[in-house]
Design a protein around this ligand. Structure first.
Ligand code: A3P
Length: 296
C-alpha cells in the first residue's frame, strides 16, 4: 500500500528553543495569534501524561454522563488539538478550533511560555495533568515507536538521553511540569496528577467537577467513572485512536491504549539507567516544590 509507505517520520524544528514538528513551526504565527474566548476550557499536558483520559472525563461531565453524546466523534474532533497540524493540511487543530461553537474545550501540549497569550488575557480555565517522569518517558517512547507523526525514537537508551536533555518534541518534561506548576499561582489552573487519578479517580473527577462549577449525582458520577476506565477506553473506537489516523499510528507495534498503569518504568529501566536518571532528576527538580509519586 503506497499511502502507508509514503508517510515519512516527522522532523523537528524549534520555536523559542522548544523542539516542535516542522508543520507546527511553519504555522507558529497563527498558533501564537490564536484568539481564545473567555469560556474556552483548555486541557494542557506534557504528551502522554493522561490527556485523552482527562478529555473523556471532561466530556462526560459536560454531556452530563451521556455516553452516546460522547461517542459523537473521536477525541481530537471533540477537543481540537490546538497547535497540531500535519504536512499538506494547514493548521488542522486551529481550523477545528476556529470552526467550533462556544463553549469550546481544547487540548495542548505547549509549555507554559508558548501558550498563546489570549488564553491569559481571557482568563480561561486550564486543567493541567502531570505524570511522573519515568512512566511519562516510557509511554512517550512507545508512542514514538507506533506514531509516524513523531520522529524516530532510536533505541530505548538513546531515547532516555534525548528525554533527559529535553531534545524531544515539546521539549523538556522537567521545564514543562515546573513551568505550569508555577503558573497555577497566578492563573485559573487545576493541576492534577496521573497517579492521583489512578489511585482515586472518583476524588479527582470531583475536583474537576468543582473546578468546572458543575454538580452531579452519584449515579452520573459512577457512570463517568465506569466509562472513563482504562478498560472501557481501550475498547472505545472514539477514544483509542483506531478509527482514524491509521496511516500514522500502527497499533500492532504498540497500542495507543497501552497499559495505563503507574510504575511500568520498572519493566524498562536497567539499574544503571535508573541511577543515572535519578541523579539528573534531583538536579533538574531541585528548584521546585513539585513532588511526584513513581509508584502507588
Ligand atoms: P501508557 O502508554 O503508559 O499505557 P495521552 O492521552 O496524554 O497521550 O496519554 C496516554 C497514556 O495514558 C497511555 O499510557 C495510556 O494508556 C494512558 N491512558 C489513557 N486512558 C487511560 C485511562 N482511562 N486510565 C489510565 N490510563 C489511561
Amino acid at each position: 500500500d503506497l499511502s502507508l509507505k509514503t508517510v515519512l517520520r516527522a522532523e523537528l524544528g524549534e520555536v523559542e528553543g522548544i523542539p516542535l514538528t516542522k508543520p507546527i513551526c511553519s504555522t507558529w504565527d497563527q498558533v501564537w495569534k490564536f484568539k481564545a474566548r473567555p469560556d474556552d476550557l483548555l486541557i494542557a499536558t506534557y504528551a502522554k501524561a493522561g490527556t485523552t483520559w482527562t478529555q473523556e472525563i471532561v466530556d462526560m461531565i459536560q454531556q452530563n454522563g451521556d455516553v452516546e453524546k460522547c461517542r459523537r466523534d473521536t477525541t481530537y474532533r471533540r477537543h481540537p488539538f490546538l497547535e497540531w497540524s500535519l504536512p499538506e493540511s494547514s493548521g488542522a487543530g486551529l481550523e477545528l478550533a476556529e470552526a467550533m461553537p462556544s463553549p469550546r474545550t481544547m487540548k495542548t501540549h505547549l509549555p507554559v511560555q508558548l501558550l498563546p497569550p489570549s488564553f491569559w488575557e481571557q482568563n480561561c480555565k486550564v486543567i493541567y495533568v502531570a505524570r511522573n517522569a519515568k512512566d511519562n518517558l516510557v509511554s512517550y517512547y512507545h508512542f514514538h515507536r507506533m506514531n509516524k507523526g513523531l520522529p524516530d525514537p532510536g533505541t530505548w537508551e538513546e531515547f532516555i538521553d534525548k528525554f533527559m536533555a529535553g531534545k524531544v518534541l515539546w521539549g523538556s518534561w522537567y521545564d514543562h511540569v515546573k513551568g505550569w506548576w508555577k503558573a497555577k499561582d497566578k492563573h485559573r489552573i487545576l493541576y492534577l496528577f496521573y497517579e492521583d487519578m489512578k489511585e482515586n479517580p472518583k476524588q479527582e473527577i470531583q475536583k474537576i467537577l468543582k473546578f468546572l462549577e458543575k454538580d452531579t449525582n452519584q449515579e452520573i458520577l459512577n457512570k463517568i467513572l465506569h466509562h472513563t476506565s482504562f478498560e472501557m477506553m481501550k475498547e472505545n473506537p472514539m477514544t483509542n485512536y483506531t478509527k482514524e489516523l491509521q496511516d500514522i499510528m500502527d497499533h500492532s507495534i504498540s497500542p495507543f491504549m497501552r497499559k495505563g498503569v503507574v510504575g511500568d518504568w520498572k519493566n524498562h529501566f536497567t539499574v544503571a539507567q535508573n541511577q543515572k536518571f535519578d541523579e539528573d532528576y534531583k538536579k533538574k527538580m531541585a528548584d521546585t516544590s513539585l513532588v511526584f509519586r513513581m509508584e502507588l
